[in-house]
Every structure is written in C-alpha cells, then in structure tokens.
Design a protein around this ligand. Structure first.
Ligand SMILES: *Cc1c(COP(=O)(O)O)cnc(C)c1O
Length: 225
C-alpha cells in the first residue's frame, strides 16, 4: 500500500513551477505503482539512475513515458538504454558521448543529451569543469555525431543549507549556458535546457535559469535503499 500521497505531492511541486519549467519526476528506488499514481495525473517524464532498474520499469510501464537517465552512466551500459531512452542527462566525457553516438546509430535513433557541469564544491561529484566543457565543445567532434543531440546543461548545487551559495552556483550555470549558447549553439534552437533543481533547492533553481527540475523525494517520499 502506498503510504504517501503521490498525487497531492505532484500537484504541490507542479504548482510551484513557473511556466516553461518542466518536471522530471525522479522515481529511482520507488515501485511502479508510485510512478503510475503520478502518470494518472498526467506526468510523463520520469528519471532514473540505474540501468537495470530503468530497464525493468520501461518494460513494465506505459510506452508513452519519456525516460531520462540522470545518474553516472558507464560506457558499457549505454547499449542497454540506447533503444528507448529519451535523454541522458549526465554526460561528462567525450568517451561517453562517442559511445552514445555509436549505440544510438545502431538502433537508428537520436538520443538527447545534456552535458553535466561540476560547479558544486563537493569533490566527489561527477561532471565537467567549465574549462573541460568549453574544451569538449571547442574540439567539435560532437558536430559529427548525427545520432546525438546536445540539448543543454545539467548540474547539481552543493548539498548545503546556505541558500546564497546554492543561488550563486545555479547562476554560474546559467551564465555559462549563455556563454556556450552564443559561442557554439547560436543557430541551434534545440540547445535550450538547463536541468537544475532537486527537492530541497528547486525553488532557488527556477529563479536562476532552470528549465527542467529533477524532483524525487518531495513527490515520492524518502527512498528505501
Ligand atoms: C536522486 C537525484 C535527484 C532527485 O533528488 P531528490 O532530492 O530526491 O529530489 C535529482 N538529480 C539527480 C542527479 C539525482 O541522482
């Protein structure tokens, strides 16, 4: 039995998003009936961070769900998700980008991706430094990848109570987005996404350029690992 009111929580989150900001409901570690409760309210975009879990859910659940892979993705797992994934949000190397191109081409799909930035202070987080990201884009190999569409940037802020710090990190992401948009994607309307904001910081994120929030706990409750 569901002891959490997914539907109420979903509408609570949606009511706090300005127009133009989309919700990716992060359903990792939550069972299919939680996802279906949100689905019945019209939610179609869900995010997961483990290959096997997302595969099982994709197989079991309605086919009009848009799945986003939000976790760190090992290159040897790309082939399993390439046939159905809509967006891979946390691309942080050219090697991973190349593998996505290769596997997406095999199944004749175009996979959307975001480049993950490392701006937060924590040393353990994945992601490209701003300089590495500039380098990857300047290098230009991505322009020869017809089965990969780079749609924007993704980041996590530091895990802190300091709201000013969180705001400043998201703003760095927003400023960097403007820089690379001008430099590399001026003619590409698909490069438009800024994926930032989670349960405890999405209201700050939407004030600093977010177009896509990734909210799990506030909708589905605490995860049971
Ligand atoms: C788990 C996760 C989220 C959701 O976090 P909540 O605090 O539960 O909202 C968002 N983004 C990423 C990358 C995650 O791994």
């Amino acid at each position: 039995m569901m002891n959490i009111d997914v539907k109420r929580n979903l509408h609570e989150v949606l009511s706090r998003l300005p127009e133009g900001v989309r919700l990716v409901a992060i359903s990792k570690y939550h069972p299919a009936d939680y996802i279906m409760a949100a689905y019945e309210e019209g939610q179609r975009v869900f995010g997961e961070s483990h290959e096997q879990e997302i595969r099982e859910k994709h197989e079991a659940l309605p086919k009009d769900i848009e799945w986003h892979f939000i976790g760190h993705l090992q290159t040897n797992k790309v082939k399993y998700i390439a046939p159905y994934i809509t967006m891979i949000e946390a691309v942080d190397s050219l090697k991973l980008l190349r593998e996505i191109q290769k596997q997406a081409a095999k199944v004749n799909r175009v996979v959307k991706v975001l480049l993950e930035l490392h701006i937060a202070e924590e040393a353990t987080k994945y992601g490209l430094t701003l300089d590495d990201c500039r380098q990857l884009l300047a290098d230009g190999e991505w322009r020869q990848m017809p089965n990969v569409q780079i749609c924007g940037l993704m980041m996590m802020a530091s895990n802190t109570d300091n709201e000013q710090q969180i705001a400043s990190e998201f703003q760095q992401g927003a400023d960097f987005f403007d820089e690379v948009k001008t430099r590399f994607f001026a003619d590409d309307a698909n490069f438009c996404e800024r994926s930032w904001g989670m349960s405890n910081d999405f209201p700050i994120a939407v004030q600093h350029g977010s177009t896509m929030v990734r909210v799990g706990t506030m909708i589905f409750g605490p995860r049971v690992y």
